[in-house]
Design a protein around this ligand. Sequence first.
Ligand code: PLP
Length: 377
Amino acid sequence: MKPIQMVDLKNQYEHIRDEMDQAMEQVIQQTAFINGPQVREFAGQLADYLQVEHVIPCANGTDALQIALMALELEPGDEVITPDFTFISTVEVVKLLGLKPVLVDVDPRYFTLSPDKVREAITPRTKAIVPVHLYGQCAEMEQLMELAEKHGLKIIEDTAQAIGADYYRQGKIQKAGTLGDIGCTSFFPSKNLGAFGDGGAVFTRDPDLADKIRTIANHGSHQKYYHTRVGVNSRLDTLQAAILKVKLAYLDQYSRARQQAAAFYDQALAGIEQLQLPQVQPHSSHIYHQYTLVLSDQVQRDDLREYLKDRQIPTMVYYPVPMHQQPAYQIEESPAKGPFEVSRRLSQKVLSLPMHTELDQEQLQYMTDTLKKYFQS
Ligand SMILES: *Cc1c(COP(=O)(O)O)cnc(C)c1O
């Protein structure tokens, strides 16, 4: 059996090695390492794939979120709603820009922002909602968009984990990240569309926002050495764009490989009552950036992880500490907004299994058999 890894980027590369090497070689020959033609080509292809007008590449997913927020031109102290259970980026950029992160608990089934709790958290100072499409499926966008419309809020979608997922809305299919005002993604190597280094992108349908985003990402400048606003330096390297151009063509195939692995896990683990398997919200497809279980109260997570590790099965905890408990943020629990009951429990009880495009039947069989054995003993 091939060794089991959380993510297997090496074997993924082996299948497309010729194309990838050729794309990289071409960039090296051209030496246009910054803003080379591949950057624009990739942005165009991603725009076609997402069916969105404007794609602005940038240096990483966290920058994408920061640039998107800067483009909204909010005032210091304005409130931005974002989930308590997620990766740090959304909270970090809100705070960095002098805005106020308002953390909201997540849905216990889907692990994404709870629309009911968002409703309770809205105040006259709320200006934006930043839902995170966690683990590969969309947040409940329909309800969030209704709330946003009613209260005049902007929506920035963090689709770093859900690039390529579909959302079904009013009889139409739209790609994750293209429903709200702005979408943000990351091309961190282990993401579903991953580069060989850092990368990110911001997308929108709105031409005015697109112009602001493009300017902000380029030192606040339309024309070299003339600066009309305060910006940042955030670019996607040409080499990364060339790599991503090749991999974008495989994204749907990669999503299907992940879905097949997830279906295997689902079927094999269905009988184990100590495990809550991933649930898919009815308006979204799931492209399984992670396959994440919730363990029941009796299960000792560390003990299970140790057992699996001894049998060469790696696991990860995404994420062990909810945002409100992070020492850098120390955000008060507000009784009115609920005590973050779900995010606290999830941080104690979630466990992600290996999930990538290269898992084979033998590995999946071995992993699920081993899990079954643990729960039988
Ligand atoms: C990976 C990730 C980010 C940040 O992306 P970087 O490219 O590492 O900055 C933001 N949000 C979520 C949900 C992520 O998974």
